[in-house]
Design a protein around this ligand. Sequence first.
Ligand SMILES: Nc1ncnc2c1ncn2[C@@H]1O[C@H](COP(=O)(O)OP(=O)(O)O)[C@@H](O)[C@H]1O
Ligand SMILES: [Mg+2]
Length: 250
Amino acid sequence: MIRISDLSYHHGRTQVLDQVSLTIPKGGITALVGANGAGKSTLLSLIARLTPLQTGSIHVGDLDVSRCPSDMLARNLSILPQNTEVAPRLTVRELVSFGRYPYHKGQPTSEDHTKIDAALQDFDLTPLADRVLDTLSGGQKQRAYVAMTYAQDTDYILLDEPLNNLDIAASRSLMQTLRHLSQEKGRTIVVVMHDLNYACAYADHLVALSNGKIRAEGHPSQVVTNGFLSSVFSTDAHVHHVDQVPVILV
Ligand SMILES: Nc1ncnc2c1ncn2[C@@H]1O[C@H](COP(=O)(O)OP(=O)(O)O)[C@@H](O)[C@H]1O
Ligand SMILES: [Mg+2]
């Protein structure tokens, strides 16, 4: 699990996170939702130590994020930041092999190649392995970025808005792959997403942030109600249910 205690964060005078305490359960998919500017990306980068802590503490499993050595953190937790762009002339295989960097430090071993092949396979990228990123569709490219993150082979995987710009088929395919990785391979996956219908359909746990505070958390079927949409997202959209899954008519 990821344990966050009394986490506050300021950007200059702006308070971005305000005494956040939160436990993200081990295993499954946790969706992190909230309006633009709520603090989701800041929270994710603090968990991954891309941003140094100001106050509070974060533990990923047994690791204290503020203290553990970088290579140990990198073997336990990977992150795909929002709007990641790596060199567009790389091939898919080269991109995915970056995910192995914490292990090979530039000199991939046969084990690294095996893991790279497995990541390509798991994300249906084998036929595209030698294609240059520039020549891929948005959905294919996004899958390649997520595969790079997955190739890092960590128990905890953080993804910041991986569904951005994806059509329905690409979004469903990515979420189904993430579900498979969480259920069959025991990974703990935290995904920032905007579309609550995807969160309801695929997440095991949902955490809602607004104005730097946690406003709700729990199973989507418990959390996502008309009152929740109104208080967290300031909208009067209605929640319906299909097979007990909340569905928001937009
Ligand atoms: N580098 C920065 N400098 C100043 N303010 C920032 C910076 N990054 C983010 N912020 C502010 O922090 C708040 C939270 O941002 P962010 O974590 O990116 O939100 P979200 O990912 O939920 O949209 C916003 O008000 C944003 O303007
Ligand atoms: Mg963000």
